[in-house]
Write a protein that binds this ligand. Structure first.
Ligand code: PIT
Length: 322
């Protein structure tokens, strides 16, 4: 069954307003980082008790820079061989190109014999994934608009800088705090500069989010990320995974056949604009999918007035705001 994320009926936000302002920028200017061959503990105090999250390649801990008192996050990535180190250095290179409030910022990096540690902007709101599955939240459609718009803005910046994320999923979207709907995209471990005609080998961790061209080992492009955006939108609106089958094989088949629908009762109250938005992303042919800019201009995201009349479409702000 694809009913894997249960969503109950408590309200996340009772105010029907879309806060369309950007999340706070990192508390430091954009930095061009390279891995320094020194010990991180000479400069930072890592809180080993506080685990912020565990990704594919290691754990993230809260930490403080001793000289400035700045709170940051330290991601420890095991990398023993030269080849493993090169992969992490690619991640650093990619992040050096990305300066945007919806993309987590890199502060520093330290290299030692067995690992590379990324020191990152700290955000404490947890994964968007946890909000999808948390029974204490029910995401309203307006919340989804606010989340998806920010993901789109982050993607638009990445794509403008010729960077593909290639691993977008709710686990890789962090909330800035528990009380706002501001988000930042993380995990650039699979991200890369777009090279026309580059094919992609990926480790099939979670197949639910893979685009058909990734499964088919075909060319990937900017619109590969847009497929993932479609999957995330579907999940935010319903708590369901559009392609999840009884096993990985079935899931992969569902993706390749582009077999998905809005038949579940979770979509009863979903607007036609939202459904149209998803339908223009979950297309097997990647050249038919909306790009990030087009998505931002889609009525579901741009006609804030549709969802709440006090939002000025020109400025994205409430009419009462300056
Ligand atoms: C935080 C809080 C948190 C996780 C992270 C940062 C992780 C960020 C991250 C991870 C990556 C990457 C870039 C950023 O490439 O819970 O402030 O693998």
């Amino acid at each position: 069954s694809k009913v894997n994320y249960h969503v109950s009926a408590l309200l996340l936000s009772t105010l029907p307003t879309a806060d369309t302002t950007s999340p706070p920028a990192a508390p430091f200017n954009h930095r061009i980082v390279s891995a320094r061959p020194s010990q991180i503990r000479n400069f930072y105090t890592i809180n080993w008790q506080e685990v912020l999250g565990g990704g594919r390649f290691g754990q993230v801990h809260k930490c403080v820079e001793n000289s400035s008192g700045l709170t940051l996050a330290a991601k420890i990535i095991k990398a023993r061989s030269q080849k493993e180190k090169e992969v992490v250095k690619n991640e650093i290179q990619v992040m050096n190109n990305l300066d945007h409030a919806n993309l987590i910022q890199l502060y520093a990096a330290y290299e030692s014999r067995n690992d590379i540690i990324l020191v990152l902007e700290y955000v404490g709101g947890g994964e968007l994934f946890d909000r999808i599955i948390d029974e204490n939240y029910t995401l309203m459609e307006l919340d989804a608009v606010v989340f998806i718009r920010q993901i789109c803005e982050g993607l638009q910046h990445m794509h403008k800088m010729s960077v593909l994320h290639l691993d977008l999923k709710p686990e890789n979207i962090l909330c800035v705090s528990r009380v706002t709907n501001k988000i930042k995209i993380i995990d650039f471990g699979l991200a890369r500069i777009y090279k026309p005609r580059e094919k992609l080998k990926v480790n099939f961790g979670t197949p639910e989010f893979l685009a058909p061209e990734v499964i088919n080992y075909d060319y990937v492009s900017f619109n590969t990320d847009m497929w993932s955006l479609g999957v995330i939108t579907y999940m935010l609106l319903s708590g369901l995974c559009p392609f999840l089958g009884d096993d990985d094989n079935q899931t992969l088949n569902n993706i390749l056949a582009c077999q998905w629908n809005f038949e579940e009762q979770e979509f009863i109250d979903t607007s036609e604009e939202a459904k149209d938005f998803i339908s223009r992303l979950l297309l097997v042919n990647r050249s038919w999918r909306m790009g990030a800019c087009e998505a931002l201009n889609h009525p579901w995201l741009s006609d804030a007035v549709l969802h709440h009349p006090s939002i000025n479409c020109e400025t994205g702000k409430k009419f009462t705001e300056k």
